[in-house]
Design a binder for this molecule. Structure first.
Ligand SMILES: [Cu+2]
Length: 138
């Protein structure tokens, strides 16, 4: 009996360790989408490399066209899905600046699957801009 309890604790600690690694994004990230604008390259990444219905965690990264980190300051990411005969479904991301410049960790919740029109805006030391592109939600 005691041996079983100890095993359970070890398994739980292993799960917690995995969870912490995820929160710190030390795991390998896969690209969901990249988009080039005039002065910035925008990348959305996550462990799975896709957005799905429900809650999603992801990383939003800005680099210069030469590949250097770009300090874009205040950033927003909003999505809309046009639906026939009704108002578009909208969802915005919660974004938090990461330790590295031009890098943000985000969460977003999608009520259903389908292609989203994504609008990213930024305003900071590297200038002001916006980009629009579509991303599938599976
Ligand atoms: Cu929808």
């Amino acid at each position: 009996m005691m041996k079983r309890v100890i095993t359970a604790v070890v398994v739980l600690m292993g799960l917690l360790g995995g969870g912490l690694a995820t929160a710190g994004w030390s795991a390998e990230l896969n690209v969901i989408q990249t988009q080039k604008s005039k002065n910035a390259v925008i990348a959305i990444k996550s462990e799975t490399g896709r957005w799905v219905q429900g809650k999603n965690s992801f990383v939003l990264e800005f680099t210069s066209p030469a590949g250097q980190p770009l300090d874009v300051g205040t950033v927003s990411l909003n999505t809309a899905m046009p639906m026939p005969g009704m108002a578009p479904m909208i969802a915005g991301a919660t974004l938090k600046p990461d330790k590295s410049p031009g890098r943000y960790s985000g969460t977003i919740n999608f009520a259903d699957a389908g292609t989203r029109q994504v609008t990213v805006t930024w305003d900071g030391p590297a200038g002001k801009g916006s980009a629009r592109f579509s991303v599938p939600v599976r």
